[in-house]
Design a protein around this ligand. Sequence first.
Ligand code: SF4
Ligand code: SF4
Length: 111
Amino acid sequence: MPSLNRDKARRAAAHPDRPGEQCRGEPTRYAPVIDRGRCEGKGDCVEVCPYDVFEVGRLDDADFARLGVLGKLKALAHRRRTAYTPRADACQACGMCVVACPEQAIRLTER
Ligand code: SF4
Ligand code: SF4
C-alpha cells in the first residue's frame, strides 16, 4: 500500500497548475472526484495527500458495471485497482492530488 511520499508531495506542491485553496479550504467544502475510466490505481494520490483522503482498493462491482467496454478492459488490465476517497471530508483543497495524478483522473470540486 502506498503511503505519503515526501519527494512526490514536494513536487506536487510546487506545481504551477495546482488548483484549489492552498490547503486553506474548509474541511467538507471541497472534495476530489475520480474518473473511474482513467484511474489506474497506482496510488500517487495516496502518496501526496497530506490529509489521508485516498485509499486504493478493488473497483467495486457497481463502478465496474458503469464503465464502457474500453474502461472495463483497462480496469481488468490494472487488476481492478482504483482509488477511493473514504476520508473526503478531511480534504482542504491543496490540489496536490490533481497535479500528481499521472492519468489526469482527479477533479477538485466544490460541494
Ligand atoms: S493518482 Fe490518479 S490514477 Fe493514480 S490511483 Fe490516484 S486517482 Fe487513480
Ligand atoms: S486536494 Fe484534498 S484530496 Fe487532494 S491532496 Fe489536497 S487535501 Fe488531499
